[in-house]
Design a protein around this ligand. Structure first.
Ligand SMILES: *[C@@H]1O[C@H](CO)[C@@H](O)[C@H](O)[C@H]1NC(C)=O
Ligand SMILES: *[C@@H]1O[C@H](CO)[C@@H](O)[C@H](O)[C@H]1NC(C)=O
Ligand SMILES: [Zn+2]
Length: 559
């Protein structure tokens, strides 16, 4: 029998006391964040003050009393999503000279010269200096020539290739011209203008010699894009068309530290509108990269009369634009992808293209669910129309009846408003074009189509709420009145378009775009309550912080 000892009694007592105190003052081991306010977008509990985040990056608790805790300064909203953007193309733009909006040859050359000085590696035979955004309208209508670039001594001898604003022409330097066989032969469907500009199919003559960015450059572009997207408050993007090399790059990079954005990707075939990669069948996924959808294309753009219309263009009565594929091809491709388990997302701008796209969706749904209603089948399969820009009243009715999801870019409306009525006429514009409010029951997904438009979702919200151009703050006529105000959204509806709607369209409802127990711990910190802000502040709003999976991926103070 052990001898009684005061020492062991004291030891036992102190151990017990510590255990009791520890239990009494128990703190969750998970980090807790409290803010001035938290807008959750959960209808039953719309606001909160604190949340707790698990090590795996989900919210484990959301509550409303910050008693005993000091709040971090700032007002939280759920992490934002862009429902339609192009991550790698945006990264490419970030690694080239931005010559958009330059007003003269001097200004273009100055921007290229500055870029060349800051990026001495660019311009070699292995890594050409790239740029986008010139327009000969800024050169008095005169097409540029290779010699223009040689007028700046720092640029002489460099390999330079600059895309026109619409990326349908390239302007190259003498070093690039020297690579081509002489004399250069004409190309059907292409045009060679002067000494240094190649358009449409003639661009291939040059692109054959262009050293495509290698793995390291592509990784750099990807990281730059993700960083820049986090900076505007985005935690996720629906990447609207990744071809096989990008798919493989993403698979390779998804678990590295630079991957700070959730990506819901649409596969795109090397040859458009085909059934490719059947071997991938990657319908399953992880929380940072999900591939469950395919991108198909019905037509081209309105600006260049490329979108397919039912009736002729108002400013070109000789044409209705053109479909990229006929009805039966679109249907059979859509059916093939749908049967392979994919969500089918079809690019459609013109009202004829939208009709063909909806026909294809209907064909796919009938095939998938022969005995159910189309609405019921669509409720689970969630097929989408990307852009859904010009919708004949009949197609608007069909979309409502079936529940087809429109994926809309509010800033396209405010960029196109200057010429849309020229192409379509006033009546067609008013009845069919750039709908938003009339599509609300379909939970439209909102996005920007970056790099075509700047990626800030706040600019998109501004465009949706005011139907005015976020770049100028003005409407179609240069005044304060927005364009076709009957299609505006409220702030709350627009915010849902960048949060809960893209979550649902990516089969991540309840996980993304909302702050609730079990959801991804993604949030954005603003300086003010979003509901208290003046709408004009959205035009160039800068977020304070962006968090993805419980980690801070952007902080303005460290920027
Ligand atoms: C549709 O296009 C495909 C491929 O170009 C062609 O084979 C087919 O005959 C066309 N179908 C119709 C109905 O025009
Ligand atoms: C709101 O939060 C509660 C509690 O976490 C949850 O049960 C409910 O499903 C949430 N509602 C939505 C719409 O996310
Ligand atoms: Zn796009």
């Amino acid at each position: 029998m052990p001898r009684f000892s005061y020492r062991s009694l004291a030891y036992t007592l102190s151990t017990v006391t510590i255990a009791v105190l520890a239990a009494y003052f128990h703190h969750p081991t998970n980090p807790v964040y409290c803010y001035d306010s938290i807008k959750t977008l959960n209808k039953t509990v719309p606001s909160a003050q604190c949340f707790e985040v698990s090590p795996s990056g989900t919210f484990t608790r959301v509550w409303s009393s910050n008693l005993w805790r000091t709040a971090r300064s700032g007002h939280v909203i759920p992490g934002l999503w862009d429902g339609h953007g192009h991550i790698m193309q945006y990264g490419e733009l970030l690694h080239s000279v931005d010559i958009f909006g330059s007003q003269s040859m001097e200004e273009v050359l100055e921007r290229v010269r500055t870029y060349a000085n800051e990026n001495p590696h660019a311009g070699t035979e292995e890594e050409w200096l790239r740029g986008v955004g010139w327009d000969q309208a800024a050169f008095g209508g005169q097409m540029p020539i290779a010699d223009d670039l040689a007028s700046i001594s720092e640029l002489r001898g460099k390999y330079i290739m600059l895309d026109r604003v619409d990326v349908h022409c390239i302007w190259v330097s003498q070093a690039v011209l020297n690579l081509l066989p002489h004399p250069v032969k004409d190309v059907p469907g292409g045009e060679i203008i002067g000494e240094g500009v190649f358009c449409d199919n003639a661009m291939d003559l040059v692109l054959k010699f262009w050293p495509k960015p290698g793995y390291d450059s592509r990784v750099k572009m990807l990281r730059s894009a993700m960083r820049a997207l986090n900076k505007v408050g985005l935690v996720g993007v629906h990447d609207a068309g990744i071809t096989d090399p990008t798919f493989r790059l993403y698979e390779d990079r998804v678990s590295t530290v630079g991957w700070t954005l959730r990506v819901y990707a649409m596969l795109e075939c090397e040859k458009r509108n085909t059934f490719c990669h059947p071997e991938l069948k990657r319908v399953d996924d992880n929380d940072m990269f999900r591939v469950r959808s395919v991108k198909l294309f019905a037509d081209g753009a309105l600006g260049s009369w490329g979108s397919a219309l039912i009736d002729p263009y108002s400013d070109r009565p000789d044409t209705t634009g053109s479909l990229l594929v006929n009805d039966s091809t679109m249907e059979s491709v859509a059916v093939a992808w749908a049967e392979a388990g994919y969500q089918v997302n079809i690019h459609a701008i013109g009202d004829l293209a939208n009709r063909v796209a909806i026909n294809a969706v209907v064909a796919a749904l009938r095939k998938l669910c022969p005995t159910e209603s189309l609405w019921h089948c669509q409720h689970f399969r969630r097929f989408r129309i990307e852009h859904a820009q010009i919708l004949h009243p009949e197609e608007q009715a069909r979309m409502h009846a079936i529940g087809i999801i429109p994926s809309i870019q509010p800033t396209h409306a405010t960029s196109d408003m200057y010429y849309a009525a020229d192409r379509l006429g006033e009546e067609r514009t008013a009845e069919e074009a750039y709908r938003m409010r009339s599509l609300l029951p379909l939970s439209p997904v909102l996005g920007s189509d970056f790099p075509v438009e700047p990626p800030s979702p706040f600019a998109g919200i501004y465009a949706a709420v005011t139907r005015r151009d976020p770049k100028t703050g003005k409407g179609r006529d240069g005044g304060h009145k927005g364009w076709h105000l009957s299609e505006t959204l409220t702030l709350e509806q627009a915010l849902r378009g960048f949060t809960t709607a893209p979550a649902r369209a990516a089969f991540w409802e309840g996980k993304a775009g909302v702050i609730r127990e079990g959801a991804f711990a993604d949030w954005v910190v603003l300086d003010k309550k979003i509901d208290d802000m003046d709408i004009e502040e959205f035009r160039d709003l800068r977020v304070k912080e962006t968090w993805v999976a419980g980690k801070r991926v952007y902080a303005r103070d460290e920027d």
